[in-house]
Design a binder for this molecule. Structure first.
Ligand SMILES: [Zn+2]
Length: 401
């Protein structure tokens, strides 16, 4: 029997239109209809199964556009777990996935873990064996063996990129991931951003992906490496901290989509466990990075937003996006429908529309007025299943109303 979930505000459709006091009808795993509370009265609510979520905003479940399963920046030595054995990595992935789900993230795009933990987890979540966000995964991230960084696998020549991409695709990944640059801008502004992949390496991965209709994303902050990515067919750029006005022109022309992770520079909670020299280096370039991210947001480029393994922090990322100049609605889109677009799941999730999966959350307050409402998740549903319902409990978290 269908159930009717009613709330003070409901953000409907891909444009997150606030329909006011409204309902969403859920039957099994799917949304069947949406409408105003007036309509609900006229069809005789007394005979229906109506669940009142009260003075909340009912909205799509959040989608983290850039996450990792086994790294966890809430803890010291976030990267340490990446060298653990498979059972230990799987256990960490299960913990972070469960935490993310309980923060209102019903789907997540994962940008590289090791040992194909992400592929295994995607199936465990899909089969209902382990709780977590529904996953879009890239398998083994590919970098040059000359490049720094610890998540991806270092590879020597273009053939190794083809081979690794082929293996990823055989295991059924949703997209491919390359690492073109590091994460920090050179402190001297006139210095070029170093990059690590030759055009033929990028081409090898991209063409392998296209054979299977899968796109390639690249960790890339900007500079010459960005131009190589664009020329060789990468269609999603992760981070983009060094993207300038001149780059934006090119990215707009080529329809390149961006995935922003502002918390890497803006989240004090993340700074806590970074080595002192990394923290200080980040602080020295923070203002330039923020100006560049603001430029992206103001430009009209498509972007989605992710936490980069700061689990349970997606609501804060949306807040940073607003601080960088986005309207609240656009910030919310960047952690719902736009993130679903990058995940390739926008036909199924990311907005409240009849026919889509019943992936939805209720938050206390109205995120279109106050973005921090996203931090006050009171109800979580995934595929029609109630994951948590705290709506009848008082909210004693700071900032709650
Ligand atoms: Zn990442």
């Amino acid at each position: 029997m269908p159930k009717f979930y009613r709330a003070e505000h409901v953000l409907l459709g891909d444009e997150l239109k606030d329909a006011g006091p409204s309902f969403v009808e859920v039957d099994g795993a799917r949304i069947v209809s949406c409408g105003s509370c007036e309509e609900l009265k006229s069809i005789g609510a007394q005979n229906l199964d109506v669940i009142d979520l009260g003075p909340c905003t009912l909205m799509p479940g959040m989608v983290d556009a850039h996450n990792h399963m086994v790294m966890d920046f809430r803890h010291p030595q976030a990267a340490r777990d990446l060298s653990a054995d498979y059972p230990a990595q799987l256990k960490t992935a299960q913990l972070t996935a469960n935490d993310d789900l309980l923060s209102g993230v019903t789907s997540s795009r994962y940008l590289g873990d090791r040992l194909y933990v992400d592929v295994a987890m995607r199936e465990l979540v899909a089969s209902g064996e382990t709780p977590g966000p529904k996953a879009s995964v890239c398998g083994i991230g590919m970098k040059s063996d000359k490049a720094p960084g610890f998540v991806a696998r270092g590879l020597g020549a273009a053939e190794a990129f083809s081979e690794t991409a082929r293996r990823n695709l055989l295991l059924g990944v949703d997209f491919l991931k390359l690492f073109m640059t590091g994460t920090l801008l050179p402190e001297n502004e006139s210095e070029e951003i170093p990059f690590y992949l030759e055009p033929e390496m990028v081409r090898a991965a991209v063409s392998m992906g296209l054979n299977e209709h899968k796109y390639t994303a690249a960790h890339c902050i900007g500079g010459q490496g960005l131009r190589i990515c664009v020329d060789e067919g990468v269609t999603v750029i992760e981070h983009g901290y060094g993207i300038t006005a001149r780059d934006i022109e090119l990215l707009l022309q080529k329809n390149i989509r961006l995935c922003l992770t502002p918390g890497v520079f803006m989240d004090e909670q993340r700074d806590r466990y970074l080595p002192a020299e990394r923290r200080e280096a980040g602080a020295r370039i923070r203002e330039r990075v923020m100006a560049n991210m603001s430029g992206i947001i103001a430009s009209g480029l498509f972007y989605a937003t992710g936490t980069d393994a700061m689990h349970c922090g997606l609501a804060r990322e949306a807040k940073y996006i607003c601080q960088l100049g986005a309207a609240n609605r656009d910030a919310v889109k960047s952690v719902t429908i736009n993130a679903a677009e990058l995940s390739g799941t926008a036909g199924q999730t990311g907005s409240l529309l009849p026919g889509k999966c019943a992936d939805m959350i209720a938050v206390r307050g109205d995120p279109l007025e106050d973005i921090s409402a996203l931090e006050r998740v009171a109800f979580i549903m995934q595929d029609g299943k109630v994951i948590a319902d705290w709506t009848k409990q008082p909210d004693d978290r700071p900032g709650s109303k």
